[in-house]
Design a protein around this ligand. Structure first.
Ligand SMILES: CC(C)(COP(=O)(O)OP(=O)(O)OC[C@H]1O[C@@H](n2cnc3c(N)ncnc32)[C@H](O)[C@@H]1OP(=O)(O)O)[C@@H](O)C(=O)NCCC(=O)NCCS
Length: 174
């Protein structure tokens, strides 16, 4: 995967166009998103501000989280990763320290494995220690990604979602 030429960057105006195209793909896949493309195209600065605030002044019930975008060599958005600075009870059951996604048109090329590795590096920079990553028991791609990045399956728990949640830990070096 190391031959993939993509790096993490902070969300920025320069990636606006490809990000909005990716949001359209997420909508086709998931049906809905928090920020719709029409709103993003006119209020992108506001979106960037909300992302920054999530890091320093999170909404009630949320923990501080840093968002990075995976950017291709030709400066296009490929996916994103959130690094949660610590866990709350909810994240301990579902979500963990790191969450990531790759835009549908760029999947199955190794970017998921790469963004997870780069996310772990960011978590290490923040001295997070042991890192929890969760995924649905039937999310084969994500299970492979976490295991390829050194994740150790601790348990599978029932969060009432119709599928068990796998909890993997990536242990800090002894
Ligand atoms: C899960 C996700 C991040 C995978 O991204 P990706 O770029 O396709 O991942 P990779 O190309 O690095 O694939 C990693 C491995 O999983 C396999 N894989 C990926 N998607 C798969 C799928 N749908 N079914 C079976 N295997 C899959 C790949 O073949 C690869 O296997 P290998 O390491 O044995 O070669 C992407 O599908 C996604 O964004 N899904 C929606 C959000 C999500 O589920 N996030 C994870 C939350 S825990």
């Amino acid at each position: 995967m190391s031959q993939l030429n993509a790096t993490l960057a902070r969300p920025h105006q320069r990636y606006k166009e490809s990000f909005i195209e990716a949001v359209k793909e997420y909508i086709r896949e998931e049906g809905s998103v928090n920020w719709h493309p029409e709103i993003l195209s006119t209020r992108f600065d506001e979106y960037l501000t909300v992302m920054r605030q999530a890091e320093i002044e999170p909404l009630a019930g949320m923990v501080p989280a840093s968002c990075f975008w995976l950017i291709s060599a030709d400066q296009h958005y490929l996916g994103d990763v959130d690094i949660r600075h610590h866990l709350n009870e909810s994240l301990r059951r579902y979500g963990g320290h790191i969450g990531y996604k790759i835009r549908p048109s760029e999947r199955r090329k190794g970017y998921g494995t790469l963004i997870c590795r780069l996310g772990i590096e960011q978590a290490r920079k923040r001295q997070i220690g042991d890192i929890l990553i969760t995924c649905d028991d039937d999310n084969i791609g994500s299970c492979r990604i976490i295991e390829a990045n050194g994740g150790v399956l601790r348990d599978k728990i029932d969060n009432g979602r119709g599928v068990l949640t796998r909890r993997y830990w990536i242990y800090a070096a002894p």
